[in-house]
Design a protein around this ligand. Structure first.
Ligand code: R5P
Length: 293
């Protein structure tokens, strides 16, 4: 097996290789001035189980092209198998035709990647209306969850927490993490009004006391979900806030906005950022060591 760090996977790929005690190499990936993508393997992959590690954030479309170019090249160079580890996998949120004529991105991505990879491993994918990745991908696909890591972080670092899921979908993280460590939790309601606007409502009595509010969610993108939820809870007397998310995308200065609102934010390192303090490379290493790729 050889672990290859793609341009958006290097931050975690080396750690995975180290934990597995397997050879590691970085993919040489460049963007030409006109926007075309160039990739080159710097180590021999012939006869090897090649594991490409790529998160899909920033220039997402470049990440997609790079991963597909790398997979096809690995095969041409004689790789025995090609696996994709996607700590953060994109294009999963457009999972329905909300308006006539729209592309259901998740379906296209599923078909496309199934053609190039023998196996795909994703961490905490954003699955709402489409719930089974196996219905969307015809190749082998495994999903991992960082919940045990988040639970462990809360247990070790936060006293007297009230775990809060900002919307019903977040139960998969907030409720499950809370139940794992036996802490109280509450799930709020969210209505998304636009990409940057959400409305949070609370329809039950919440006993805040002097608890530390700990939001747990899968993604922080613009940060508005957490900002709005914090505003609502402040009105109920909450004073101390923390937010733990799996994937910190932090677009449009979200991290700065959250910090300004005195919300202490921590994420896992599926996407590298200033607060990606929870290292989940062990989760992937464990999976890769379990089964033959
Ligand atoms: C939505 O269902 C997700 O779980 C997150 O709550 C959402 O992606 C966060 O987006 P934003 O930070 O832009 O409010």
């Amino acid at each position: 097996m050889i672990i290859i760090g793609c341009s958006r996977g290097k931050h975690i790929a080396g750690k995975i290789a180290k934990k597995l005690n397997k050879p590691y190499s970085e993919l040489n990936a460049k963007r030409f001035p006109d926007g075309e993508i160039y990739v080159r393997f710097m180590k021999n992959v012939k006869g090897k189980d090649v594991v490409l590690v790529q998160s899909f954030y920033g220039y997402i479309n470049d990440c997609v092209v790079e991963a597909i170019f790398a997979a096809e090249t690995a095969r041409e160079l004689g790789a025995k198998s090609v696996t994709l580890v996607a700590p953060y996998f994109a294009y999963l949120r457009q999972d329905s035709r909300f308006n006539p004529g729209e592309c259901i991105s998740i379906k296209v991505i599923g078909k496309l990647f199934s053609r190039y990879f023998d196996k795909i491993i994703v961490i905490d994918p954003h699955l709402h209306r489409q719930t089974k990745l196996k219905d969307l991908f015809s190749t082998k696909i495994d999903k991992l969850t960082t919940n045990p890591y988040i639970a462990d972080y809360i247990k070790k670092n936060i006293k007297n927490p009230l775990i809060v899921g900002p919307d019903w979908e977040s139960y998969k993280w907030a409720q499950r993490v809370a139940e794992k460590i036996g802490y109280p939790f509450v799930i709020l309601n969210k209505k998304r009004l636009s990409g940057r606007k959400v409305k949070i409502t609370i329809n039950k009595k919440i006993d805040i006391g002097n608890k530390n509010i700990v939001f747990v969610d899968d993604i922080i993108s613009t940060g508005h979900t957490i900002l709005e939820a914090a505003k609502k809870l402040k009105r109920l007397g909450a004073e101390k806030f923390c937010c733990i998310a799996v994937h910190g995308l932090f677009v449009e200065h979200a991290l700065e906005k959250l910090r300004k609102a005195k919300i202490n934010v921590i994420t896992t390192n599926t996407i590298p950022n200033k607060v990606s303090k929870i290292d989940v490379s062990g989760l992937v290493a464990e999976k890769l060591s379990n089964k033959r790729v």
